[in-house]
Design a protein around this ligand. Sequence first.
Ligand code: AMP
Ligand code: FE
Ligand code: FE
Ligand code: ZN
Length: 278
Amino acid sequence: MFADLHLHTRYSDGTFTPAQLAAEGHRHGLAVMAVTDHDTVEGCGEMAEACARLGIEFVPGVELTAEFDGIEIHLLAYFMDIRHPEFLARMIEFQGVRQQRIRDMVTRLNQMQISIRVERVFELANCRAPGRPHVARVLVESGICTSHEEAFDRFLKKNRPAWVPKFKISAADAISLVHRAGGLAVMAHPGLNRADDIIPDLVTSGLDGIECFHTKHSTTTSAYYLEIADRFGLLVTGGSDCHGLNKGKPLVGTMRLPLVYVEKMKSRLAERRGGTVA
Ligand code: AMP
Ligand code: FE
Ligand code: FE
Ligand code: ZN
């Protein structure tokens, strides 16, 4: 019995609908699935329904981009109230930032005589939280690049000509926002960020957990972060970070988190809320 707690849908930069994602998870025998789209919880309702039909337990989630001391980190939130007014208002704000950033990136491309249309990016993204992968898809579709990787390497990666910095909430603010919405805040894929020095500060700000298991973590990397989790009393999470067919083969089901870790997350929440978490 396993969980996958890091999954994207078409409501951000994944390609699967929640129903397709749940079906894939079911095929791989997952017992628990979360949705962690970037800056949106729009997919959570559909995913909850799809999971219920398949007998999978659903965990609401989101992936936020935050910064600490100028270092970018991704924070996963779990079990928050997806109807919490302040939380929702902040999501809308982050979605607005994303939409404006797409406009700015396309303007830069246009200035380089690359004539893709921002309307096409929004049409293709068809969601409130568009991102660079959607710009990459349009660059490929229009024959300007032959692959996603090429689009990122030539134009979209940090410090490449079409890259535009993104406003990021501070990690401390993000953690307290997640807590006010009743959720747990988890540092995503620490092995990709290599921001280990800031972990103690994040813990001071209330960080609840760390994503020790991730498709891009080696066994050694996972063991290293398990040790850090133990040292700081952090919850342990894990997930595939599946983006659907975006980046080759779907990853859902390839990262299997033992359910005991999900139980520990619920116990932590129950302690905090003074009751039980279903
Ligand atoms: P954004 O949220 O708009 O900054 O886009 C970040 C997303 O782009 C990540 O979640 C990945 O899905 C994708 N991404 C980032 N870097 C690369 C890369 N070098 N190649 C392909 N996809 C990438
Ligand atoms: Fe992504
Ligand atoms: Fe991430
Ligand atoms: Zn992710």
